[in-house]
Design a protein around this ligand. Sequence first.
Ligand code: C2O
Ligand code: CU
Ligand code: CU
Length: 509
Amino acid sequence: MTSRRRFLRLAGLAGLATVVPAGALAGHVWVTAGRGNVGRVRFERPLAVPPVATPRRDAAGRTVHELALRAGTTELLPGRSTPTWGANGSYLGPTLRMRRGDVVAPRVRNDLPEATTLHWHGMELPAVADGGPHQLVPPGDTWQPSWRIDQPAATLWYHPHPHGSTRHHVHRGLAGMILVDDDRATGLLPERYGVDDIPLVLQDRTVTDDGGTDTDGIDFGGTDIVGLLGRDVFVNGTWGPVLRVTTQRIRLRVLNASNARVYDLALADGRPFHLVGSDQGLLPAPVETDHVRVSPGERVELVVAVRPGERLLLVSRPPELGANVLYDRLAGGDNEFHLLLLAADGQLAPSAPLPARLPAAAPVAPPPPGRPDRRFDLGDFTINGRTMDLGRIDFAVPLGTTERWRIRNRQGVPHNFHVHNAAFTVSGATAPDMRGRKDTVFVAPGAEVTLLVSFGQHADPTRPYMFHCHLLAHEDAGMMGQYVVVAPGTEDQVNPTNPIPHPHPHPHP
Ligand code: C2O
Ligand code: CU
Ligand code: CU
C-alpha cells in the first residue's frame, strides 16, 4: 500500500485527473478514503478523562503548572503498544485550569529527543511567551514563560509549534486542554469536571498490527491533499469510549486536535443539542442545532440533554467541506465516525435549566472607517503567494485596534485559518461553527470569510505572532505568516526582516 500511495503521490495533483480513471490503484485510494469506523468499534471502554494539573504558587505569587514532555508508549488499541508522546504521561496531557486575573508561569521541561515548543493556542499573551516557532526548547531544557490571564472564560489548548515539525509532534500526542475560568461565567452551565463537564480531545490515527502508527499521508502531496487522516478516532486516547452519565444535562468541551480531519458532531438519533461556546468562550445565548462542524484547532462547547437509562452515540457525520466530489473524498468528507457512547443511569440527578442568555464577551467591533482591510489569499499552499519565513515580518498591527481581515481560499482544497493572540468575530456568520468569538475558522474551497479581529494587549516590535492554516501538513509546508503588535504610530518603524536570531529545529529524522 505504501508504494501505491507513493506512486500516486508522485503522480501529483496535476496528474490526478488522468490517474483516477486509471483503475485499480486509484480505486484503492478511493475506497480507503471513504472508510470511517462505523461497525468496526465496540463501545465498552470507559472514557479516559485527562487529570486536572495541580499548580503550585511560587514566591512571586505566580501560578506554576509543571509540564514534562516525554516519549512513551500507550495502549491505544487493545493488546497493542503504540509509541506516543505526552505531557506528564505518555499520551496527551493534563488539563490546565487558569483563572482570569492570575499570573501564570508554566514550566515546560523538554524530555523529548528533539527540540520542540509549547504554544498556548487561543491565549492573549506577550509574543515572547507564545510558544510559537521562535521559542524553541532544546532537549533537556526548561522554558518558563509568564503572563497574566486576561480574557473571558474559554476552552483553549496547548500543543507544540516547532517550524516544519508541528504535524509530527502533535500527532504523536502532544496536546492538552486549558480551561480559562472567569467568575462571570461560573454557576450557569454544568461545570463539574469529569462529571457533567467533560473534555473530549479528538485525534485520529491508524494503528498498525504491530502497534506502530501509520504516518503515510502526513506530508501532503499527490492524493494526500490535507495531510494525515487516520482510520480510527481516539477520544482522550480511548478507542470505543463509554461515558457514564449521571445528570440530566452534560456539557461536552470538544477539541479537534487532529492534523487534518474535520468532524461534524451530531447525536446518532439526530436530536438537537445546544451550542454554548466556541473557541474564545461563551456565545451570547445557547444556539440550538443538530450538528456542528469542528476543523483542526477549533473547540466547541455543547450541552446535551439525556434521558434516564438511554444509550446515545455522539457521532461525526460526513463533514460538509465544500470541495468537488474527488477532493471532498480525499479530504475525509465521506467519512462517518462513531465517537462516544453516552450511557445514562436509570435515575439522573437534576441539572439546572439552560440560561436564556450567557455572559459572552461582545462581538469584535468593526474598525473605524478608513482603515484598510487586510487580505489573505490562501492558494497553492501559500498565503498571499508567500511561504513562511521565520526571518520575515509580514505586517505590524497597532496596539488597541481592531482590523478587518478577508480570508479567501483560492484552491479546491479545504483550509482553515488561525490567528495567534487574537479573538475574532466572523462577519455575517450564521453557521453554528462560525458563531461567537473565535481564533480558528474553516475556509471552504472558493469561499471568502471576513473576520473582525481584536488583538491581545501586548506590544513587541521584534517578536512576531503567527497566522496560519491549522491543517498541520499545510502549516508545516509554509502556509503561515508572522505579524507584530506595536505602539500605535510606530507601524512603519518595524523591521520587516525579523532581527532576532531565530532557531531552526533539527530536521526530522
Ligand atoms: Cu494551534 Cu499556531 O497554533
Ligand atoms: Cu495558536
Ligand atoms: Cu490548509
